[in-house]
Write a protein that binds this ligand. Structure first.
Ligand code: GDP
Ligand code: MN
Ligand code: MN
Length: 249
């Protein structure tokens, strides 16, 4: 497969038609998957805001005060308010805000970005990235993965993950297939949309490259069992449960 950054996309603003901008620059073919950084989906959907849009509640003020004390850096209660408004739940309030977003993705600061947002302070994730992916996928006729750069537990460094997808399953189920010894695979379910997101993120870059869209060419999901389970269900998530106990016991 190839991973090709789409050149020449402009700075994206609210109301821009991403599908049209992409169609002007790419001849989409069978076997393409479009991976697009959530940053430009958010910009097009009007998700850039100034801090002033988030007058802080008492809880946000308390969170910001506590974080300021712990980190020794002044934290803005309006930012904490934005995170609270984007979150279904906070799993930790220190040393950082680990958020369950309203669409089920768990990430630091509800995925709110402060880089690559000229003219505004904050960029929120799309409200429903899978719905965004569905709109793009039906306009372009190819599967779409909406990506974000995210940290991960246990390891330093960030990498791309899928926050929404359409036109392909999130995961390929390998169970029942065999390894090279003929031994049946019992547990492997491969989160292909995350692997596509990481591939695309590597090409897209994190700074001023200006390449938020990447076409993965000549990869296809194939004729396999799939599933759309990506965000772990609460009842299966022992890490979430452990964090709640660590935070509130
Ligand atoms: P995130 O991973 O979705 O949070 O997005 P990043 O801020 O890391 O940006 C990913 C890529 O998109 C980088 O190459 C940025 O330079 C680029 N980028 C971000 N916003 C825009 C935009 O409005 N227009 C263009 N052309 N590129 C952008
Ligand atoms: Mn981001
Ligand atoms: Mn990024």
């Amino acid at each position: 497969m190839e991973a090709l950054a789409v050149d020449g996309l402009p700075e994206i603003h609210e109301g821009d038609d991403l599908a049209a901008l992409l169609e002007d620059r790419v001849d989409f073919a069978d076997g393409d998957v479009l991976c697009v950084a959530s940053t430009i989906v958010s910009k097009a959907e009007g998700r850039a805001f100034d801090r002033e849009s988030f007058p802080p509640s008492d809880r946000a003020k308390a969170i910001a005060d506590r974080l300021s004390t712990i980190t020794g850096e002044q934290k803005d209660p309006r930012f904490a308010q934005a995170v609270l408004e984007e979150s279904e739940e906070l799993l930790t309030e220190s040393p950082f805000l680990l958020s369950v977003t309203r669409f089920g993705h768990i990430t630091v600061n509800a995925g709110i970005d402060r880089s690559n947002v000229p003219g505004a302070d904050l960029l929120l994730l799309p409200e429903d990235p899978t719905a965004s992916a569905e709109r793009l996928s039906s306009a372009l006729g190819v599967p779409v993965v909406v990506t974000d750069t995210s940290g991960r537990p246990f390891r330093y460094g960030q990498r791309g993950v899928a926050v929404g997808w359409a036109g392909l399953p999130a995961a390929r189920d390998w169970r029942g297939e065999t390894d090279r010894d003929g031994r049946e695979l019992g547990v492997t379910v491969q989160a292909v949309v995350d692997e596509l997101a990481a591939t695309a993120n590597l090409v897209a870059g994190e700074g001023d490259d200006g390449t938020p869209a990447v076409v993965v060419r000549e990869w296809s999901f194939g004729d396999h069992d799939g599933s759309d389970l990506l965000f772990r269900r609460e009842e299966d998530d022992i890490v979430r449960e452990a964090l709640r106990q660590w935070t509130f016991d």
